[in-house]
Design a protein around this ligand. Structure first.
Ligand code: PGA
Length: 256
């Protein structure tokens, strides 16, 4: 496998948190705290949809990219309550999270739907952050690698190597999300290496060497350096700890 230098990417998934004024205050603080870090790490925030436009304006020229938390696969039409990928692109989103476990578990997202969402994101000129991960029952049944492989294969169906090389995958064990119980660095590394190996089998060594794989699930300032120090961990997808500028900035610093 080609050894590529992958730029780390730390993304904050705010989920259904922060009103627009709160979102503006958070990025103002965050911007000040990450300003001195240069461009060694890519920093992304994924606020609720309604905050995207004001943040797009507020972040003009800032080294902070915007992401949507989900999108529909059609570009427009009679889909009440949904948001399309071109709409997110127009608001300055560079990334869209697809297949988050909360979408899969609470809203019934399937691997096929995750694939359609990722295709819409790509078609709109953005990069998908594709989330995969096993439940506690699946881990205890020794199904982790099988589940993650099924999810990665499903999400990447029909994509070419040149697309996948630019994608971000996020390994997020469901049992680690919002629980305060992160995967150990060794557990994360094992799954990340397996995912990269799968990408090499599905595509080629260069693609596998370039695709970035984030870890997510109870990432905090005090465990970030160890997780991010693993050879196949290229960044973090952060929920709870992304809601306070100081906590999130400390994780970004750990990635530098
Ligand atoms: P957490 O969430 O950091 O609060 O565990 C991670 C995620 O859901 O992306």
């Amino acid at each position: 496998m080609a050894t590529a230098r992958r730029r780390k990417i730390v993304a904050g998934n705010w989920k259904m948190n922060k009103t627009v004024p709160e979102a503006l205050a958070l990025v103002r603080d965050l911007r000040a705290q990450v300003a001195s870090l240069g461009d060694t790490v890519e920093v992304v925030v994924a606020p609720p949809f309604v905050a995207l436009q004001p943040l797009h304006v507020a972040l003009e020229g800032a080294p902070l990219a915007l992401a949507g938390q989900n999108c529909h696969w059609e570009s427009s039409g009679a889909f009440t309550g949904e948001i399309s990928a071109p709409m997110l692109a127009e608001l300055g989103c560079a990334y869209v999270i697809v297949g988050h476990s909360e979408r899969r578990q609470l809203f019934g997202d399937t691997d096929a739907q995750v694939n359609k969402r990722a295709k819409a994101v790509r078609a709109a000129g953005m990069t998908p952050i594709i989330c995969v991960g096993e439940t506690l029952a699946e881990r205890e049944a020794d199904q982790t690698l099988a589940v993650v492989e099924r999810q990665v294969r499903g999400a990447l169906e029909g994509f070419e190597a040149k697309d996948v090389a630019s994608f971000v995958l996020a390994y997020e064990p469901v049992w680690a999300i919002g629980t305060g119980r992160n995967a150990t660095a060794a557990q994360a590394q094992e799954v990340h290496a397996a995912i990269r190996g799968l990408v090499e089998r599905l595509y080629d060594g260069e693609t596998a060497g370039r695709v970035r794989i984030q870890y997510g699930g109870s990432v905090k300032a005090d465990n970030a350096a160890e997780l991010l120090g693993q050879p196949d961990v290229d960044g973090a997808l952060v929920g709870g700890a992304s809601l306070k500028a100081g906590d999130f900035a400390a994780i970004v610093k750990a990635a530098t």
